[in-house]
Design a protein around this ligand. Structure first.
Ligand SMILES: Nc1ncnc2c1ncn2[C@@H]1O[C@H](COP(=O)(O)OP(=O)(O)OP(=O)(O)O)[C@@H](O)[C@H]1O
Ligand SMILES: [Mg+2]
Length: 456
């Protein structure tokens, strides 16, 4: 017996070693040739039970060759003595699966919705499916009437993000990776204002660095509000058209920005357009991206004397958020804590910032303020971001869905180098403000337009 046992053991050991080495040295080809066929088999063979366990099946009556009453457990003993015959019985029918298609991260599969099912039924079962299919995660990546597409990922694509920050057209920057493997793009033309929250050391400023690196090569003006004494943004000074680091400077700069909105509004009125993007190119003013690091500092009152300043700051920020899109002003607001305790101004501002990025948070209120109006699963995902993965966030993307994402690590030095290299693209603040002193648009006009709703 040992004559054939030893060669067999050696063969099995060699095959296992080859497979392990192959998997380690070239995981992509190993997945395609070995892992993917096995996984496909596993998915199809277990689908009936998995769908039943996830309550995704529907009852159907079908012809089956069975013993009498076999589907009903209590009668099974009686049924065993009876003859087998073809009869109509009730079965649990799973949704129809499409072809399991391999991709770099794992596999995609289409599932046909059964009567009465919606994509939300599948969104609620994604973690059950991930466990059943023995994969890292399953996400619903798209849906068409009657069909959903699921993406199963074998590992966490966010464990290491090694892509370049890329400027992808005017006001578009690729800042990282979504968990689906797609690029994470901050596009101010589609989503004009963003709220970026997270606890300390969660990666807010690193995302800001990526954004500054991408935007600094574009024909846009950057304006900074940094009430942490300027420690975060001062280094990017050569590429910033204006920066405010004290409360009084903030009030002044916000007034300037409101004047800018008024001037642009007057320009649009004179040319009978509703926003700057419909103006002829030679008349179109430079877009301005306003970066705010630590928004809470703008709303926190050290003493009662600051009450009026805070009120005017809150009103001005809200006006910018309401009217900015039409007049080429975009907000990217970062904060550790964004809660209603900072005042009603914060809640009103938040509702205007439709782009949401929630890094790891310490208090549930900030997560709720950032993602509360999206799927509750997004809140759970944000609470589960581990501290050892800074830069990871839950993002509400252009398609309205939420995704886990991670920014590219862009150090301050890299962002600073980009700011210096593109310093000549910085529009002078005085040039941007040209014409603001003679503008005929009043505060009442702005208010009326804000009430009317944002021009499109
Ligand atoms: N995308 C990322 N990939 C890898 N490491 C990251 C990433 N983002 C942040 N980090 C690490 O986390 C550290 C803290 O990040 P960052 O300064 O952006 O946090 P923060 O949220 O701005 O903190 P604070 O609120 O204290 O300013 C960085 O120095 C870096 O080491
Ligand atoms: Mg920071």
């Amino acid at each position: 017996m040992s004559d054939w046992l030893i060669p067999l053991a050696i063969t099995v050991a060699s095959v296992c070693t080859v497979l392990l080495v192959w998997r380690r040295l070239h995981p992509a080809s190993f997945w395609l040739i070995v892992g993917y066929p096995l996984k496909t088999l596993h998915v199809y063979v277990t689908w009936g039970n998995v769908a039943l366990g996830c309550t995704l099946t529907r009852k159907r009556r079908r012809w089956r060759y069975t013993l009498d009453g076999l589907p009903i457990v209590g009668q099974a003993t009686i049924a065993l003595s009876q003859r087998r015959k073809v009869r109509r019985v009730q079965i649990d029918k799973p949704p129809r699966l499409g072809i399991v298609r391999p991709c770099r991260l794992g596999f995609r599969i289409n599932v046909k919705l059964m009567d009465g099912q919606t994509p939300e039924d599948y969104s609620a079962r994604l973690s059950n499916l991930a466990h059943a299919w023995r994969v890292h995660s399953v996400r619903l990546i798209s849906s068409r009437p009657g069909r959903v597409t699921l993406l199963a990922t074998r590992g966490d694509p966010l464990s290491e993000v090694r892509i370049l920050v890329l400027s992808e057209g005017l006001l578009r920057v690729r800042v990282g990776l979504l968990e689906t493997g797609a690029p994470w793009v901050v596009d101010f033309r589609t989503v004009p204002h963003w709220l970026n929250t997270g606890a300390t050391q969660s990666g807010k400023s690193t995302l800001l660095n990526a954004l500054i690196t991408g935007l600094s090569a574009q024909p846009v003006a950057l304006v900074g509000f940094d009430l942490k004494g300027g420690v975060e943004l001062t280094a990017y000074g050569p590429r910033l058209s204006a920066i405010a680091t004290e409360r009084t400077e903030c009030v002044g700069l916000l007034n300037d920005l409101i004047c800018l909105v008024k001037t642009r509004m007057a320009l649009c009125r004179a040319n009978k357009t509703r926003n700057i993007w419909k103006l002829p190119e030679d008349l179109r003013p430079t877009p301005v991206v306003v970066l705010v690091d630590e928004v809470a500092e703008l709303f926190l009152m050290a003493h009662k004397g600051e009450k009026d300043e805070i009120a005017s700051t809150a009103t001005a920020l809200l006006r910018l958020a309401q009217l900015g899109r039409a007049f080429g002003l975009y907000l990217f607001v970062c904060g550790q804590r964004v809660g209603s305790d900072l005042g009603p101004g914060v809640t009103a501002l938040r509702s205007q910032l439709s782009g949401r990025v929630c890094h790891r948070v310490n208090d549930p209120e900030t997560a709720t303020m950032t993602l509360g109006d999206t799927d509750p699963a997004a809140l759970d995902a944000a609470r589960q971001i581990p501290a050892n993965m800074p830069g990871t966030a839950v993002v509400v993307a252009d398609d309205g869905r939420w995704y886990r994402a991670r920014s590219v690590y862009v150090s301050e030095e890299i962002a600073e180098a980009a700011a210096h290299a593109n310093a000549e693209l910085t529009p002078a603040w005085a040039d941007l403000l040209t014409g603001t002193d003679t503008v005929t648009v009043t505060d009442a006009d702005l208010e009326a337009l804000a009430r009317e709703g944002e021009p499109t």
